[in-house]
Design a protein around this ligand. Structure first.
Ligand SMILES: *[C@@H]1O[C@H](CO)[C@@H](O)[C@H](O)[C@H]1NC(C)=O
Ligand SMILES: *[C@@H]1O[C@H](CO)[C@@H](O)[C@H](O)[C@H]1NC(C)=O
Ligand SMILES: *[C@@H]1O[C@H](CO)[C@@H](O)[C@H](O)[C@H]1NC(C)=O
Length: 389
């Protein structure tokens, strides 16, 4: 089930000491068949971390099961003496699997498809640590749908232990639609510009983005609600089509630890497609920023203009031209100077989008990430020099 192209995750597991390798296969077998003798033997050789261990660093939006919603949500671990890792997932996990990105020690993310039950995460020899070494493990759901990972427990090799994961001082929160959620990318949000910017800055990053959704709270392309409603909820709008969780609950913003230091919003494509008038859009957006301010009192908020829809003949369809400036101006007039317009005009050309659906392709997302990083550096924000662990 693991990508063979990966240099980090060794699908052959050939570097495992034979015994450790055997133990984990046995672990999964014992769990699934309840061979109690084998189970007892395995337990002696493993460390089981329950899902409520305070040393698990959860990011993004998790419900109480606990399970993920929204592309990019996941967990981070800092593990001492890591040799082996198993994720036990519960029944609320997307079937037959959910795709996750996994990164060890801040290396590139590799995709794994994981399922309810026992998932052995192969750790190649290069990442096997000495007894006193620590390894950072990052796992996040890639999809904007089929993105539910219901964590029951984490199993480590005997002698391994969790130590605190220290989050980065920089924490980005991105708000948007398909253009931020990584729709149509093979590895979903892990290849999308918000994620790439977060990585380039060695930052924590959370992406609250819903393909098809308008900012206005209207039904739009299969979404029951707009982002101005759903942003304040735990679940993405997929809840509406979910049999075992057909409801939505308020998000407790105190759970964002640490709170975002920078907010980035790129939205409006679906409002335009649903014929929300410019006047209505400006009002909804300005009110949304006002409501964000009740949670994020001092953080800079970056308002993107759209790069528009690029056409093969070199023309661009634009929407809400000039309206984003009005939103920023209205906030400034209300005394909120910490809102900034990011003019993305000209950031993309037709070669940077998928023909047919006009969404940025892989080079397109990379280009947006570079352009925004350049913009941010010019504004005064430099990337962290090193990762926090
Ligand atoms: C995960 O599943 C998807 C969808 O079937 C497939 O395209 C992809 O190759 C799988 N990825 C891995 C790493 O197995
Ligand atoms: C979820 O509930 C709504 C009513 O609130 C209903 O219209 C919808 O069909 C339900 N979805 C599923 C998958 O049961
Ligand atoms: C929006 O307006 C256009 C032009 O009047 C119309 O063709 C289109 O059907 C409308 N779309 C929606 C979702 O109402």
């Amino acid at each position: 089930m693991f990508g063979s192209a990966s240099s980090l995750l060794d699908s052959q597991a050939r570097d495992w000491p034979v015994f450790t390798s055997l133990m984990y296969v046995l672990y999964c077998a014992a769990i699934s068949s309840l061979l109690l003798g084998a189970f007892a033997m395995v337990l002696e050789h493993t460390v089981v971390i329950p899902n409520d261990d305070p040393l698990i660093y959860f990011h993004g939006r998790w419900d109480s099961s606990p399970g993920t919603w929204w592309a990019g949500s996941g967990l981070k671990l800092n593990v001492k003496n890591l040799e082996a890792l198993t994720l036990n997932l519960g029944p609320h996990t997307t079937g037959p699997w959910t795709s996750v990105g996994i990164s060890l020690n801040y290396g590139e993310f590799s995709t794994a498809n994981i399922s309810a039950g026992c998932n052995v995460i192969p750790i190649s020899a290069a990442f096997k640590a000495g007894p006193e070494d620590t390894t950072v493990v990052r796992v996040n759901v890639e999809g904007w749908q089929n993105n539910r990972m219901n964590l029951e427990s984490i199993v480590l090799n005997k002698g391994a232990s969790l130590v605190p994961y220290i989050p980065s001082k920089l924490v980005f929160e991105f708000v948007g639609d398909s253009l931020s959620a990584g729709q149509f990318l093979p590895n979903g949000v892990d290849q999308a510009w918000p994620f790439l910017v977060g990585e380039a800055y060695k930052a924590e990053h959370v992406v609250i983005a819903q393909p098809g959704a308008a900012l206005t709270d209207i039904v739009s392309y299969g979404n029951q609600h707009g982002v101005s409603f759903q942003f304040f909820r735990t679940e993405d709008t997929g809840y509406f089509n979910t049999i075992d969780h057909n409801f939505t609950t308020p998000w407790n913003f105190a759970r964002d630890k640490p709170a975002p230091t920078h907010l980035v919003i790129h939205i409006g494509a679906n409002d335009a497609s649903q014929n929300v008038t410019a006047t209505e859009f400006v009002k909804v957006y300005t009110d949304f920023v006002g409501r964000l301010r009740t949670i994020y009192k001092h953080q800079p908020i970056f308002v993107f203009t759209p790069w528009g829809w690029l056409h093969p003949d070199g023309t661009t369809s634009r929407y809400y031209d000039g309206q984003y400036q009005k939103i920023v101006d209205t906030r400034h007039a209300a005394g909120d100077k910490n809102v900034f317009l990011v003019d993305t005009t000209g950031w993309l050309s037709y070669a940077d989008v998928f023909p047919g659906n006009g969404h940025p392709n892989i080079p397109g997302h990379e280009r947006i990430a570079r352009e925004f990083q350049g913009w941010l550096e010019n504004w005064g924000l430099e990337p962290e020099r090193r990762w926090s662990n």
